[in-house]
Design a protein around this ligand. Structure first.
Ligand SMILES: CC(C)(COP(=O)(O)OP(=O)(O)OC[C@H]1O[C@@H](n2cnc3c(N)ncnc32)[C@H](O)[C@@H]1OP(=O)(O)O)[C@@H](O)C(=O)NCCC(=O)NCCS
Length: 173
């Protein structure tokens, strides 16, 4: 059985197995604490019946006017629990929170090499809104796709008209 519940501070001491995945971004503890303090409603964990962390999603709401949106900062599922539609469930849950906050869209950044995640987001209704050049630092740096899905408040679906040109990280709001 899978339980969805709010992420707690203790979970940061238990999520190593999930975060060992090379495509899962790992941040400093203060970063997770900042999300827990500001947007606890956007931080959910999926737990197995034996108490193991199966995956989690962390996000926030930000922006002004028609740029008011939900953002997925991290989404990861343990290799032991993939292809069970856990990520799809966590995404749907974050979209519901964003709908309740009356945001216009949900967005996220993904490495252009992360084909599995890109195809999953497309299957969930997301489109590539724009490319962000060298968004991920490394050797070499890697571009990101900024993917978006319009929510019901964006009646004219203006938020998902793709940009024709790439942008630099400093131009991302
Ligand atoms: C990407 C990731 C979150 C998917 O988690 P998941 O729980 O296995 O995904 P789901 O079972 O919810 O899959 C939903 C849909 O996405 C697609 N999908 C997911 N994984 C796939 C794979 N390995 N190959 C092909 N399609 C895949 C499928 O269409 C799937 O629907 P279906 O199973 O009914 O066909 C997981 O692989 C992961 O944690 N990867 C490492 C971290 C990462 O890349 N996070 C995203 C960063 S932006």
């Amino acid at each position: 059985m899978t339980t969805l519940r709010p992420f707690t501070c203790d979970d940061m001491l238990r999520f190593n197995k999930v975060n060992l995945d090379p495509l899962t971004e790992t941040y400093g503890l203060s970063f997770y604490m900042q999300y827990l303090a500001h947007w606890p409603e956007y931080f959910q964990v999926a737990e197995s019946s034996s108490g193991e962390i199966m995956g989690y999603i962390m996000g926030k709401a930000e922006g002004h006017g028609e740029n008011w949106h939900g953002h997925v900062t991290a989404l990861t599922v343990s290799p032991d629990y993939r292809r069970l539609r856990l990520a799809a469930t966590l995404m749907s849950w974050l979209e519901d929170v964003s709908e309740k906050k009356r945001t216009y869209f949900v967005d996220l950044f993904v490495r252009v090499s992360n084909k599995v995640a890109i195809s999953m987001y497309k299957q969930l209704g997301y489109i590539v809104y724009r490319t962000v050049l060298e968004y991920y630092s490394g050797d070499p740096d890697e571009n990101a796709y900024d993917m978006r899905k319009a929510l019901s408040r964006d009646v004219k679906k203006k938020s998902v008209i793709p940009l024709s040109h790439p942008v630099r990280p400093e131009d991302v709001d």
